[in-house]
Structure formats: structure tokens, C-alpha cells
Design a binder for this molecule. Structure first.
Ligand code: HEM
Length: 406
């Protein structure tokens, strides 16, 4: 295998880890190298204050399931990407967006949605998702060789799916795709955060008002019938789903394809036996772990984790990529093995915030990879692997573009 492009410098900036081993460049996700350290270690956050970085699998689960760790990121004085003061005071910007809420408020909102995201419900969407995949396979083919798999395949599929579910016009994708890209940048300023949020909130608020007057067969319309939710809250929920629902799956589709294309043996195993796809998807989720050094939690009181005391008010960043490469989770964690039995990986998080869209994401990924395997038996990279440009500036790890040919 050719070595993957690496992002040493970005990660060091983010984590300020002086001991980051520069010489190790044989991995697909930069956070893997952090495993060489202890399962929990001191970390300096962007604001300059000290918190903790968790890289151990068991320690990560401990933090994520413990209610003494808050997901309300503005509580701590040293969170990595704290919600700006101006946003906190302005309720309209945070209403409904339960990713950064604790119980019981978190459950109040999430509970309104769980029935729409069950495995059964998602199975009902499967045929429609396969149609969307087929359309994008056509689009990729029509783009001509070589084509960018991100632009013509990985980005449109999750965007189309989530737009359809919510009832957001796909023609408006420029707006939310660009807002998502801006909000998820690690180096964004508070002003950019507020501007992006406001743009999205205004757009969604107008949409919610329209659906309240003229309900359609979509999730936003269904939510307008819930007495406990006002328009602001529905807008907040829709914004969270829109942002969380496409960027992540996009990067899994493109990076997963990349990982397979640079590993012909694993690719051949999948081609020879498509029934491996569901477990291959789990393995790719574990191996790639695109949610990078996020979630962040804040200790509400002193808590002992992995033998160290996290003091009240301190932030803890959980490195999902590192936890998922901990030998405590699977044997030989650095090896991509599409036949590996499904593991209890943390790619979708753990605890009350575990990904609401995971069943949807799995269906999109299986349909997406299967579609590519079937339609393009000769699919290969159009550039050497080290020329694929990685997005290392984001909370979510991925490829800017993936030039392929067939
Ligand atoms: C939460 C990953 C796809 C909606 C999360 C979390 C992770 C994650 C790690 C937990 C964050 C935390 O604890 O702070 C992923 C990955 C995906 C994916 C890797 C794709 C492969 C989706 C999709 C949707 C979605 C398709 C949309 C429908 C959400 C929501 C939450 C969440 C709403 C917040 C849950 C809560 O706070 O209770 N996701 N996600 N995700 N995800 Fe996903």
C-alpha cells in the first residue's frame, strides 16, 4: 500500500501535542498515532486552557455514558469549540438542537424523533435510497473519466436523502452545504459561527412557517403537528438533522471507497462476496472513524477516569478514531478487514447522544458501496493515493475530492 497523505501539522495545532510522532505516516486517520500515549492525557485547548484527551476505548465509553460529563459545551470555561456567548444568550439559535443538551431537555427533543429513525422505518426507505444511488451512479458515469467521486456521488446522496426526509427543497443545497462546511471548520471564528447559524436559522424558519400553513408528507410537517414544539424549535431540530445528516455520510462514502481502492485484496473479497457488505461497512466505520477528536464533554464535578481526576469545569475531548483503534476493542486494530465480525465501535458515539441517524447512514453506505461495486467493476483511483487532498481542517475528517476512473 502506498502511504496515505497525512495531516501531522493540523492535528498538532489542534491538540498541541509536542510528542506527536511525525515519522509515523502509515495510517489513514491522523488520530491513530495518539494511541501511543496513555488512555487519557492532558491536552491544551484552542483557548489555551488545559483539559484532557481520551484515546482509550473503555475510557471513551466511560466518559460518554456518564451524566457527570455534560454535552452543553458552553458550560466549561475551556471547551475546544465553545458556543459563542452571543449565541448562548440568543435562545433562537440553540432551540431544539439537542446535540449539545443534557437530560432531561435532550430527551424532550430527541424523543420526538426516535420513531422516525428506527431500523424498521429506515428499511422502508431503502428502495428510495437505492433509486437515489442509481441516479448518482448515472451522474458519475455522465461526468466522464476521470470523475470526482465526492462531487458526483458522495456529496449528493446523503444531501438528497436528508432533504427528502425533511422536506427541504434540494435546490437550496448550496445554502446548507456551505453553512455546514463553515460551521464544521476547526478554525472558524465566533463571528463566522453566528453568521452561518443565522443564515441557516432564517432559511429554516421560513420553511417551517410554510409547512405549518401547508403541511406535506415530510418530517418537518409532521413536527409542526407536535403541540410541545414551536417553530424555532422545529427549525433547530431540522438544522441539526440537515448538518449532521450529510457531511458525515458523505465523507464515509468517499473515504471508504478510497480505503478499498488502495487495498485491492479487501476490495476483491467484497466483490467476490457481497454478503460481507454490512460487516464491511461496520469495519470501515471503525477503521476510518471520521468524527475527529469530537465529542467534547465538560465535567460537572470532579470525576476519576483512567486513574486521573478530571476537575469540575474541565473539558474532555474523546478521540473516536483513537478509541476505535484500541486493541481493547479488536485484535490487530490497524488492519482493515472487511470480513471482521461486527465490533462495538464508537464511530456513532455512545451514550444518550449516540447517533440518531446511524441506521439511515448504514443503509446509505451499504447501498452506495454496493452500487459502485456493481456498476464499475474496473473502478480505480485516477491519481496516486498521496495526491488525494485530505480535509484536515474539519471536525469531520475526509477527502476534498476523489478522482476516479473505471
Ligand atoms: C450524533 C456520527 C450520520 C444525525 C452523532 C454522534 C456521532 C455521529 C459520533 C455523537 C456526537 C456526540 O456524542 O457529541 C455519525 C457518523 C455518520 C452519521 C459517523 C455517518 C456515517 C448521521 C445521519 C444523521 C445523523 C445520516 C441524520 C439523520 C445525528 C444526530 C445526532 C448525531 C441528530 C445527535 C444525537 C443526540 O445528541 O442525541 N453522529 N453520524 N447522523 N447524529 Fe450522526
Amino acid at each position: 500500500n502506498a502511504p496515505m497523505p497525512t495531516t501531522h501539522d493540523d492535528l498538532r495545532d489542534l491538540h498541541d501535542l509536542p510528542s506527536y510522532p511525525k515519522e509515523r505516516d502509515d495510517y489513514i486517520n491522523p488520530a491513530r498515532a495518539l494511541l501511543t500515549g496513555p488512555p487519557i492525557s492532558p491536552l491544551r485547548f484552542a483557548g489555551g486552557s488545559t483539559g484532557w484527551l481520551v484515546t482509550g476505548y473503555h475510557e471513551a465509553r466511560e466518559v460518554l455514558r456518564d451524566p457527570r460529563f455534560s454535552a452543553e459545551r458552553w458550560r466549561g470555561d475551556d471547551a475546544m469549540r465553545p458556543v459563542p456567548e452571543s449565541v448562548r444568550r440568543d435562545r433562537s439559535s440553540g432551540a431544539g438542537s439537542f446535540l449539545a443538551m443534557d437530560a432531561p431537555q435532550h430527551g424532550h427533543y430527541r424523543g420526538q424523533l426516535t420513531r422516525y429513525f428506527t431500523v424498521r422505518r429506515m428499511r422502508e426507505l431503502e428502495a428510495r435510497i437505492e433509486d437515489i444511488v442509481a441516479d448518482q451512479l448515472d451522474a458519475l458515469e455522465a461526468a466522464g473519466k476521470p470523475a470526482d467521486l465526492v462531487r458526483h456521488f458522495a456529496l449528493p446522496i446523503p444531501s438528497l436523502v436528508i432533504c427528502e426526509m425533511l422536506g427541504v427543497p434540494y435546490e437550496e443545497r448550496e445554502l446548507f452545504q456551505s453553512v455546514a462546511a463553515r460551521l464544521l471548520r476547526q478554525d472558524r471564528t465566533d463571528a463566522e459561527f453566528v453568521a452561518g447559524k443565522t443564515e441557516l436559522d432564517t432559511f429554516l424558519r421560513t420553511l417551517v412557517e410554510a409547512k405549518r400553513k401547508d403541511p406535506r408528507d415530510d418530517l418537518i410537517s409532521l413536527l409542526t403537528a407536535v403541540d410541545e414544539l414551536d417553530d424555532e424549535e422545529i427549525g433547530g431540530i431540522a438544522g441539526l438533522l440537515l448538518i449532521a445528516g450529510h457531511e458525515t455520510t458523505t465523507n464515509m462514502l468517499s473515504l471508504g471507497t478510497f480505503a478499498l481502492l488502495r487495498d485491492p485484496e479487501q476490495l476483491e473479497r467484497l466483490r467476490a462476496d457481497e454478503s460481507l457488505l454490512p460487516q464491511a461497512v461496520e469495519e470501515l466505520l471503525r477503521y476510518l472513524s471520521i468524527v475527529n477528536a469530537f465529542p467534547v464533554r465538560i465535567a460537572l464535578e470532579d470525576v476519576v477516569v483512567g486513574g486521573v481526576t478530571v476537575t469540575a469545569g474541565q473539558s474532555v475531548a474523546v478521540s473516536v478514531p483513537a478509541a476505535n483503534r484500541d486493541p481493547a476493542l479488536v485484535d490487530d486494530p490497524d488492519r482493515l478487514d472487511v470480513g471482521r465480525p461486527r465490533s462495538s465501535h464508537l464511530a456513532f458515539g455512545y451514550g444518550i447522544h449516540q447517533c440518531l441517524g446511524q441506521h439511515l447512514a448504514r443503509i446509505e453506505l451499504v447501498a452506495g458501496y454496493r452500487g459502485l461495486l456493481r456498476r464499475f467493476p474496473g473502478l480505480r483511483l485516477a491519481v496516486p493515493p498521496e495526491q488525494v487532498r485530505m480535509r484536515s481542517d474539519m471536525v469531520i475528517y475526509g477527502a476534498h475530492e476523489l478522482p476516479v476512473t473505471w
